[in-house]
Design a protein around this ligand. Structure first.
Ligand SMILES: *Cc1c(COP(=O)(O)O)cnc(C)c1O
Length: 225
């Protein structure tokens, strides 16, 4: 199947209100152009250098999402153009994004990454830490140039669908709790980024409205990540 056919197939399983982020990490520009020509405009990358290079090379109406772990010292490279940062995993990173957003004269939209999976290596805040962070943001209002628009999470890498469902549901409940509590210039809970190639259907059934799909569109990548 062509990449365009893959894209259409994925799109046919995603309702209108869910945003598809095409995860193009490690893939060459030609592959991105192929699905760009088929109408895809939102792309996700997880390495700053690769993101910047693709931004330089490709059409300017693409919305670039930073989906991976982001080091504070690299925020400055993407701040001028990034459309959404999915992986805010420390207050320090949020602070740096705010600082660089000011320099770029922008407001940068961010998602707070929630750690929910059983695995040890995942980045993010625990649900309790998330609640604490939001209360602190609301109180101190000290991130002037970021806007928190939702949460991002990854489920455990397991074939146990019940567990995956359980984890996504916990994040959805947290998302709803925060959404009921906060709505301001700084916090607007509208985006719940959950689901990858292997679990995006489950994620959508649990309330995800943004899915990050790589291999189902572009095929397997040549490294394990
Ligand atoms: C690579 C990646 C994806 C996409 O993974 P696939 O299984 O190829 O769909 C989604 N989210 C994050 C954070 C990633 O790093």
């Amino acid at each position: 199947m062509s990449l365009k056919e893959n894209l259409n197939k994925v799109n046919s399983t995603i309702p209108e209100h869910v945003t598809l982020v095409a995860v193009s990490k490690t893939k060459p520009n030609e592959d991105l152009i192929e699905i760009y020509d088929a109408g895809q405009r939102v792309f996700g990358e997880n390495k700053v250098q690769e993101l910047c290079q693709k931004y330089e090379d490709l059409p300017k109406d693409i919305k670039w999402h930073m989906i991976g772990h982001l080091q504070s010292n690299k925020v400055k490279y993407i701040a001028p153009f990034v459309s959404l940062i999915h992986g805010i995993d420390t207050p320090k990173l949020l602070k740096e994004v705010s600082k660089q957003a000011v320099k770029s004269d922008r407001v940068i939209e961010c998602l707070i990454q929630v750690f929910i999976a059983q695995e040890e290596t995942k980045f993010g805040f625990s649900p309790d830490e998330v609640l604490e962070l939001f209360s602190q943001i609301e109180k101190e209002n000290n991130y002037p140039s970021v806007k928190i628009v939702g949460l991002m999470a990854m489920a455990s890498h397991t074939s146990n669908e019940g567990q995956v469902k359980d984890e996504f549901s916990q994040v959805k409940a947290l998302f709803d709790t925060i959404g009921r509590k906060y709505n301001s210039d700084v916090i607007e809970m509208k985006t719940l980024s959950m689901g990858m190639s292997g679990d995006y259907s489950v994620a959508m059934s649990c309330g995800s409205n943004m899915v990050r799909v790589g291999s189902s569109i572009f095929g397997q990548r040549n490294y394990i990540k």
